[in-house]
Design a protein around this ligand. Structure first.
Ligand code: RB5
Length: 150
């Protein structure tokens, strides 16, 4: 399964750590930047290309990191077909996939360390969308909003 990852300066260090761990555990990871630390860079420049790659299917899941994870989450959810959330607890990391078909996880590089990030990402990647009628019904209501925007 191909994954994508992106971060601004607030998430750069955690991105590098998480990417190294993902590669060491056998994942294929496309890095959407930043490719070097720049304290003046802007998270949309990296998170939006990642979100577009999730939306197009170029990567199956996205991991977006900024300082808090808030800006990454706000930006990613503007892209049609992306279901992103800021996740800092393991229940939401898997339940967000099981019930809500979450396809991007957003993390705060100034909030959590690499070991917690690894646990959250493992829970996210190992979860499966349950796809019950009630889950699909709720997602259809969100898709209807996306269609209104087109
Ligand atoms: C950048 O300083 C910081 O504002 C950004 O990484 C993020 O936390 C935004 O949500």
């Amino acid at each position: 399964m191909k994954l994508g990852i992106a971060a601004d300066h607030g998430g750069f260090t955690l991105k590098e750590e998480v990417k190294a761990w993902l590669v060491s555990t056998g994942h294929e990871v496309k890095d959407f930047g930043a490719h070097h630390y720049d304290q003046f860079d802007d998270y949309p420049d990296f998170v939006i290309p990642l979100a577009k790659a999730v939306s197009s299917g170029e990567v199956k899941y996205g991991i977006a990191i900024c300082g808090s994870g808030v800006g990454a989450s706000i930006g990613a959810n503007k892209v049609t077909g992306v279901r992103a959330a800021l996740i800092h607890d393991s229940f939401s990391a898997h339940q967000g996939v099981e019930d809500d078909d979450m396809n991007m996880i957003c993390l705060g590089g100034r909030v959590i360390g690499v070991k917690i990030a690894e646990e959250l990402i493992s829970a996210f990647l190992n979860a499966k969308f349950i796809g019950a009628e009630r889950h699909k019904r709720r997602l259809d209501k969100i898709k209807a909003i996306e269609e209104e925007r087109l």
